[in-house]
Design a protein. Structure first.
Length: 264
């Protein structure tokens, strides 16, 4: 029996003052990369956003039922498309090693191989909005999976995030892994009980001993603005669960909250 490999179309969205003609070029670039993975690409989308400088390009793929994401920022749309092509190519090549390792539930790739790429030189600046103008324009709620630090690390890189909110499997604490410190990775927890209670992991990481602040969302927005940080990990007043407020490239905020767990 002959099997036919079906290649999905790439859905491209162009926002801002960018020319619509860029959509065809971006879609063609991404589609050429599908052959890098042994798993079928089930869906693919690209978003180009820009009002002058900078331009943000983001690709989201469903590769055999697993999410893969890449995002870049560049001064022009053309450069953004080229950077996205390179970043997505790297993500697809590395995903093969990661998914193969996951079959045994332990990564067989040294996390240090990724370290040189961690901050990736991407700018940390955001559009400078006047005080009081930034607002939460995106809210994401999902169940926080229980993971080891190593598993959270790989997930963060496959999804091309600067931080990753998860529940650490050994302590049961809501936690965030992000780029910082002498090891280039830092772990913060809602109420850290101590590093000795963490599930075993191999990643070189600095573990913070400071508990997350308990804040309202409004207070968290104020603190983020005053401190000038890229994100803020805090506990909400109602459920004492880990929330993550972060800055978007457009100068507004995004908020990640854990889903309400069903009981009974």
């Amino acid at each position: 029996m002959t099997r036919t490999k079906v290649t999905p179309d790439v859905h491209v969205t162009v926002r801002g003052d960018l020319p619509p003609a860029l959509a065809e070029r971006a879609g063609r670039k991404v589609k050429r990369l599908f052959g890098l993975t042994r798993r079928p690409v089930l869906a693919a989308s690209v978003r180009l956003s820009g009002h002058g400088n900078p331009v943000v390009a983001q690709a989201n793929l469903d590769v055999g039922g697993r999410r893969l994401r890449a995002q870049v920022v560049a001064p022009t749309a053309e450069e953004a498309i080229e950077r996205l092509d390179g970043k997505l190519r790297l993500q697809l090549e590395r995903s093969a090693h990661y998914w193969d390792a996951r079959r045994g539930r332990r990564p067989d790739v040294d996390p240090g191989e990724w370290r040189h790429d961690s901050p990736s030189g991407r700018p940390t600046r955001w559009f400078p909005r006047p005080e009081g103008e930034p607002e939460i324009v995106r809210r994401k709620t999902y169940s926080l999976g229980r993971s080891t630090v190593d598993e959270a690390f790989f997930e963060m890189h496959l999804l091309d995030y600067d931080f990753h909110l998860f529940t650490e499997s050994g302590t049961g604490q809501d936690s965030v892994l992000y780029h910082a410190g002498p090891t280039l990775h830092r772990l913060a927890q809602s109420t850290p009980p101590g590093p000795h209670l963490l599930s075993p992991f191999r990643l070189a990481v600095t573990v913070s001993g400071r508990p997350a602040p308990v804040l309202t969302t409004t207070d968290a927005m104020h603190r983020l603005g005053v401190l000038g940080l890229p994100f803020l990990f805090f506990l909400d007043l109602d459920r004492a669960r880990g929330n993550l407020l972060y800055r978007r490239y457009d100068g507004h905020y995004g908020l990640i909250t854990p889903a309400v767990e069903k009981t009974g």
